[in-house]
Design a protein around this ligand. Structure first.
Ligand SMILES: Cc1cc2nc3c(=O)[nH]c(=O)nc-3n(C[C@H](O)[C@H](O)[C@H](O)COP(=O)(O)OP(=O)(O)OC[C@H]3O[C@@H](n4cnc5c(N)ncnc54)[C@H](O)[C@@H]3O)c2cc1C
Length: 377
């Protein structure tokens, strides 16, 4: 492996911006099936807290494809879950293994350590990883991107790369920087907090979803005896309900029928209240040469689908295949074919999303649900 710890000029074949599941899967898909040189930058510390953890077992097939030890990762970073309990469409609670999946079991990932394990694998397989690094300048000369990076300790690093990958997550920061706009379909956000389980109480093994007048609550079980409680609603509704205010958020939770009782098992003090974007969107990028977008930056889904992580990784594998074809086989259609595949997957997702929201008719006159009947804003 090349020692780049002192270099301030790097030449690579593929530069990936973003070290989440999409970025690392793209890197691993390149390293496992080609001789292309891969460099990945991540703006944060590599082991920062990540949100989103409920996955279907098909994720482990992707790990196999990426030539990782899927059994080890399953044992160390995933806990089997009994699926999802839902009060959606009526007060009655019903169970399903996953809303979108017919799989017989689902899993809860230890997200921080899972993502870190993928980053470690990229480094072990010869990829260069630069944490605490951001892209500050870019230009394209017809065959290469010339990129200037800013590393927290090393200062400016110059990179010459044949291909550039946006794996920067839902914000799609890199795409925006080079002038590509995402098509946003809604303005869903998640406003949540973490709670610690009380001593002596055994953690639940299933997620719980409860719909309400203005959106829906999601209780997730996390490693370290933690629970995540998140309210999903539109950003304007979150503002008018003042959900970033701790008291207002708790007051809103206290109006639920089922989930307010679940809190009894947890110590009262919650983490700070955080807000995350959770909107659905799709990005068109194939008009830009030597450039591809993966994961949430390319196509992001409503968390009701539990589709994010699995999709991020499978899109990374497909993108790696398209890059290999473009760079090694001069296949000029590879990136467009990849983009068309994403569009097809998004269209199928959108139809299913409509069907899920249509199952809840109790508040059909309320803004949140009305918008989901129109299915566009
Ligand atoms: C509240 C909530 C709950 C969710 N629950 C689930 C769930 O239960 N199951 C599921 O499958 N999915 C869930 N998701 C979705 C899931 O988290 C995402 O789909 C998944 O993380 C996408 O992976 P990614 O690699 O595309 O993006 P991310 O995981 O967002 O990774 C992007 C990375 O890029 C880095 N980055 C960003 N900009 C730059 C830059 N300019 N330079 C360098 N680095 C940069 C970021 O620091 C980050 O590490 C949830 C999402 C939300 C908001």
């Amino acid at each position: 492996m090349q020692d780049v710890s002192e270099l301030n000029t790097i030449e690579t074949d593929v530069l990936i911006v973003g070290g989440g599941p999409a970025g690392t899967s793209t890197a691993l898909g390149l390293l496992a099936y080609s001789d292309l040189k891969v460099t990945l930058i991540e703006r944060s510390e590599l082991n920062h807290t990540r949100i989103g953890e409920h996955v279907s077992p098909s994720l482990f097939e992707i790990l196999d494809y990426l030539k990782l030890n899927a059994d080890k990762i399953k044992t160390e970073f995933a806990t089997p879950s009994y699926g999802t309990a839902m009060a959606w469409g009526s007060e009655r609670v019903f169970s399903m293994n996953g809303i979108y999946t017919t799989e017989t079991a689902t899993y809860q990932l230890d997200r921080t350590n899972f993502d870190f394990e993928l980053l470690k694998a990229v480094a072990e397989q010869g990829g260069i990883i630069l944490p605490r690094t951001e892209l500050v300048e870019h230009s394209f000369d017809g065959t290469h991107w010339k990129i200037v990076l800013k590393h927290a300790e090393r200062g400016l690093i110059h990179i010459k790369t044949r291909f550039l990958v946006d794996a920067s997550g839902r914000s799609g920061g890199l795409s925006k920087r080079i002038g590509i706009q995402q098509e946003r379909k809604d303005k869903l956000v998640g406003v949540g907090a973490f709670f610690q389980l009380k001593k002596g109480v055994h953690p639940e093994k299933y997620q719980f979803i409860e719909s309400t007048m203005d959106g829906w609550w999601y209780r997730s079980i996390l490693p370290g005896r933690l629970m995540g409680m998140t309210f999903f609603t539109d950003s304007d509704l979150a503002s008018s309900l003042r959900l970033s205010n701790r008291q207002a958020w708790f007051d809103h939770l206290s109006k639920t029928q089922h989930l307010k009782k679940e809190l009894e098992q947890y110590v009262a003090s919650a983490s700070e209240i955080w807000t995350r974007q959770a909107h659905s969107q799709i990005t068109s990028f194939s008009d830009t040469s030597n450039f591809i977008v993966v994961g949430d930056a390319a196509t992001s889904f409503d968390p009701v689908s539990s589709m994010g992580i699995g999709f991020a990784m499978s899109s990374g594998c497909s993108a790696a295949r398209a890059i290999r074809k473009a760079l090694n086989e001069n296949d000029s259609d590879a990136i467009t074919t990849y983009e068309n595949d994403l569009q097809r997957q998004f269209d199928a997702y959108w139809t299913q999303r409509q069907a899920i929201y249509a199952r809840e008719q109790r508040w059909s006159g309320e803004v949140f649900w009305e918008r989901r009947r129109e299915y566009d804003i």
